[in-house]
Design a protein. Structure first.
Length: 301
């Protein structure tokens, strides 16, 4: 398991600054107006809620004509509320402070497929904490990677994924299941392209992965962000949509994804594409129905 995470340090500093700013606002204004002091402190603590709200406003505008069922205002509002809660938990605690809480586990039950967990953009292995607890309880060996540097070409993550796959395969004697969120699905496909075949992965589950890019990536200036732009050459060169590889993929997507939209950009031709209505981007990865389906798939492999 990694001993350091630069992203954890960055998000820890960001979280502490936000909390300090909220406390400062509260202390300065409390004597003048407790109501405004409390309201301002909450607005600072949940500043990410405003950013998420903008994403949910852009989602339907950029998804006109997409085949996925169109999300209504109520569905979008519910997805926004859940995403605010999950983002607070994931980016404010699990990734900055508790990313090593669940260590890698390489002593699974005999015959159980091993799992490699691959997180997405601006995340680390702490993202998967509930999944790791569940995998351990179900008897699966697993490794959860940290994809760093945070801002680089997605191709640069291939070695990290390859090492994790090798560790799990050595422990179990068989190719592992890859479970990937967001950009992690593209990193897994880049690794498969480098391997020139899919024989070292039993199956690949992607959750909200921008296989055909995402509308939001047009605003990114980072190398991995630019590689997630709709129609870019890097995406066109990936092999995941080829007929001989399609059977290896299960792609989960949602009509309320506030990061990867239009929604069907998270699907692959010929793959087992699964639509889960009403879930947001991070929220999607922790829906009980999805988690249960993935572990049921792991049992069948």
């Amino acid at each position: 398991m990694p001993t350091r995470s630069r992203l954890a340090l960055l998000q820890k500093a960001t979280t502490l600054v936000v909390v300090a700013a909220a406390l400062a606002w509260l202390l300065v204004l409390w004597s003048r107006s407790p109501v405004w002091a409390l309201a301002g402190a909450l607005a600072i603590l949940f500043i990410h809620a405003w950013v998420l709200a903008l994403e949910f406003l852009l989602l339907p505008l950029a998804s006109e004509g997409d085949p996925a069922p169109r999300a209504g205002p109520g569905q979008l509002f519910g997805a926004w509320l859940r995403e605010v809660a999950f983002a607070t938990r994931v980016f404010g605690w699990r990734q900055p402070f508790a990313w090593r809480k669940e260590p890698d586990h390489l002593q699974g039950e005999p015959g159980a497929v091993g799992i490699v967990f691959v997180h997405g953009f601006l995340c680390n292995r702490g993202f998967w904490t509930p999944w790791l607890r569940e995998a351990r309880a179900r008897g699966h060996a697993f490794v959860a990677v940290n994809l760093e540097p945070v801002f680089c070409s997605i191709d640069d993550y291939c070695d990290t994924i390859g090492e994790a796959v090798a560790r799990v395969q050595a422990a179990t004697g068989r190719p592992p299941l890859l479970v990937c969120h967001s950009m992690g699905g593209l990193a897994a496909r880049a690794w498969m392209r480098r391997e020139r075949s899919g024989h070292r992965a039993a199956h690949v589950v992607t959750i909200g992965s921008p296989h055909h890019g995402t509308w939001l990536a047009r605003f990114s200036r980072m190398p991995n962000g630019r590689q997630m732009r709709v129609g870019c050459d890097w995406l066109a060169a990936l092999p995941g949509g080829e007929p001989e590889a399609a059977h290896l993929f299960t792609c989960w997507y949602t009509n309320c994804d506030n990061i990867v939209f239009p929604p069907t950009t998270a699907t692959l031709p010929g793959a087992d594409n699964r639509l889960l209505l009403g879930a947001a981007h991070v929220d999607l990865a922790f829906r009980p129905a999805l988690v249960q389906e993935v572990f049921a798939l792991a049992r069948r492999l």
